[in-house]
Design a protein around this ligand. Structure first.
Ligand code: DLZ
Length: 295
């Protein structure tokens, strides 16, 4: 089963490597899982679409690494700003071309980022070409920090939810050191802890985990409503995505089913939602920055 394409490009120096990483983050690439060992290091950047194109006969006069974008002019402006900050003025002019029409119904500009590393950015004139119908989040948690707020009440269940969340985060590339777990007494305490964490602005997302059992919880509706409202309000006021992993069940058995027994693990699902929302948030803020650059 094909999953994706990886192109490996060597960068001449450590400085260029760091600068390139900065540029690609500024441009909104999703960070993949990198590597670092005694022989060198790699940073990986993910794109939602990829093509591998074999050519016979005349090679097109384009760099071998092409990035298809939307809003080519805004991307060009962002690259120019970045180059201006890192290169001498005369080098900026020499290394960055203006967007020009290609014979394949697209516009393209190239940027020379150092020995052997030239990139082309292009946008099809056909608005429907390869165009994602919506901005969508990626499921990569690499390089992002997440907080998990988990209630101790009904710990036999919430511990399983926590395991599910950790599993999702690790499998999505989140480093152990980028996860902070906060244990609170019960579901009632989740919103205030979540908000305190969100307000630190250290986290790309907050995952809230708890279990309310109707049969065993006095004022169940009142508590549930307040917990849901508090978590939602924290998300809206801080702008930090909060995933809602607070189970509301009739019985313990039902809760166990939703914590990994028969009906999936809602902790896992909540973490995936937080990862996706963190990515969407990042993309929306990059779009906003590009729109501001363009304005
Ligand atoms: C008190 C209480 C009750 C009755 N039931 C639950 C529950 O089902 N799930 C849960 O997470 N917490 C429960 N709690 C504890 C409250 O959330 C809270 O921790 C205490 O009332 C102390 O403020």
């Amino acid at each position: 089963m094909i999953k994706g394409l990886t192109t490996v490009a060597q960068v001449a120096s450590e400085e260029a490597f760091t600068q390139l990483g900065d540029l690609f983050r500024v441009l909104g690439f999703e960070q993949g899982k990198g590597w670092n060992d005694a022989t060198g290091k790699g940073e990986s950047f993910l794109a939602p679409l990829g093509n591998l194109e074999f050519v016979t006969g005349r090679m097109p006069t384009v760099p071998s690494l092409l990035v298809e974008v939307t809003q080519l002019d805004a991307v060009h402006a962002a690259v120019e700003i970045w180059l201006t900050a890192h290169r001498r003025t005369e080098d900026v002019a020499a290394s960055l071309s203006a967007p020009t029409l290609t014979h394949w119904n697209s516009r393209l500009f190239t940027v020379d980022l150092g020995p052997g590393l030239s990139l082309g950015f292009w946008e099809s004139e056909n608005p429907l070409h390869n165009k994602p119908v919506a901005i969508e989040g990626d499921l990569s948690a690499a390089g992002k920090r997440f907080a998990i707020v988990v209630a101790r009440w009904n710990a036999v269940i919430t511990d399983r939810l926590l395991q599910g969340s950790l599993d999702a985060l690790h499998r999505s590339g989140c480093a152990k050191t980028d996860i902070e777990i906060v244990r609170v007494p019960g579901a009632w305490e989740i919103p205030s802890a979540a908000r305190t964490l969100a307000e630190t602005r250290r986290f790309a997302g907050i995952i809230t985990l708890g279990v309310l059992l109707r049969g065993e919880t006095a004022h169940y509706e009142a508590i549930y409503n307040e917990v849901a409202r508090g978590i939602g309000q924290s998300q809206q006021d801080t702008g930090v995505p909060h995933a809602f992993g607070v189970l509301t069940c009739e019985t313990l058995e039902q809760a166990l089913d939703r914590a990994g027994l028969k009906a999936g693990n809602k902790g896992f699902e909540a973490a995936i939602a937080a990862i996706e929302m963190a990515s969407i948030q990042q993309k929306l803020s990059v779009q906003q920055q590009l729109a501001e650059v363009k304005a």
